[in-house]
Design a protein. Structure first.
Length: 298
């Protein structure tokens, strides 16, 4: 055959797969360098520095002002996103990679609720299903001792930090949706590392660890893989319907699980699989829920 198998995969799907792989590799690098004593705030600072340079060059390439219009909201998005990222990275460094990734995917619950409160969007029945399934999935993952025969429990503090990170990501996402009405996407992206770099440097204090060349390279890769993930996500949204493209982002869980087994020798428990399936299923219901025309009336 003259056509390769890849030619049958829609371009938007390929971009989303690239995005998922980029973010999974980023998380693996974060976890790996943390095993060598690099603190979370330092990892955030390294990512922010790489992202700041790349984002600045992207804005200048477009020939627009880096400062945007709504500076207060742009700085707020940067601060909220930074705090969320710190929580996400802490979860990645203290939880198995697959579990930390799955817990991030409860964010559709928070995003839907915040959109109702601040963007005045309607509550659809699919959103209610999503919330119920995600909460049930969290219960199965976090509290397997409640299920007969289960023995492995995740550290509750790390789980709560992961959920807080998901909530922060949702807040940042809602702010981005608001900013998208007046700001260029490159400017919105630029403000994140602009705020994250000084915040993380301030929080490092005297905990800074001087990395060797090997770890320095991995810290740079954290930033590069982040940009790959963001680029793939942006291109996917531009080339395919947002709902369909978002559905394929959940392959990041598969990539993370594989990397967790291969690099860190982490084998997810059956409760992780069950809980993760419920969370992903609930999120997918929410992704495609716009096809349900009738909103949920209370």
């Amino acid at each position: 055959m003259s056509n390769s198998f890849g030619s049958y995969i829609p371009l938007g799907v390929r971009y989303m797969m690239l995005s998922a792989l980029g973010f999974a590799l980023m998380s693996a690098c974060v976890k790996y360098v943390s095993n060598y004593g690099i603190p979370v705030f330092e990892i955030v600072a390294a990512r922010a520095l790489v992202s700041l340079i790349i984002s600045y060059l992207d804005v200048k390439r477009k020939g627009i002002s880096v400062w945007g219009h709504n500076k207060v909201l742009l700085f707020t998005r940067g601060a909220v996103g930074t705090l969320a990222l710190m929580c996400v990275y802490y979860a990645v460094t203290t939880l198995p990679l697959a579990e930390a990734t799955i817990l991030q995917y409860v964010h559709p619950v928070f995003t839907a609720l915040l959109a109702v409160l601040f963007l005045k969007e309607k509550v659809h029945f699919s959103t209610v299903i999503c919330i119920v399934m995600c909460l049930l999935g969290l219960f199965v993952m976090v509290n397997p001792a409640a299920v007969e025969g289960a023995t492995t429990e995740l550290p509750m503090f790390s789980v709560m930090v992961a959920i807080l990170g998901a909530f922060g990501s949702s807040v940042a996402y809602v702010i981005v949706r608001k900013l998208s009405q007046t700001e260029d996407s490159s400017v919105i992206i630029f403000y994140f590392p602009l705020v994250a770099l000084p915040m993380s440097l301030l929080l490092i204090g005297d905990s800074f660890v001087v990395p060797d060349w090997y770890l320095t390279g991995l810290l740079v890769l954290v930033g590069i893989f982040t940009q790959v993930g963001q680029l793939g996500l942006t291109k996917a949204m531009q080339t395919q319907a947002a709902g369909k493209a978002s559905a394929y982002s959940y392959v990041q869980i598969v990539f993370s699980a594989i990397l967790g087994v291969v690099i860190f020798h982490e084998v997810p428990s059956v409760w992780t699989y069950l809980g993760g399936m419920l969370i992903v299923a609930g999120a997918l219901v929410n992704v495609f829920g716009q096809r349900l025309k009738a909103p949920w009336h209370r």
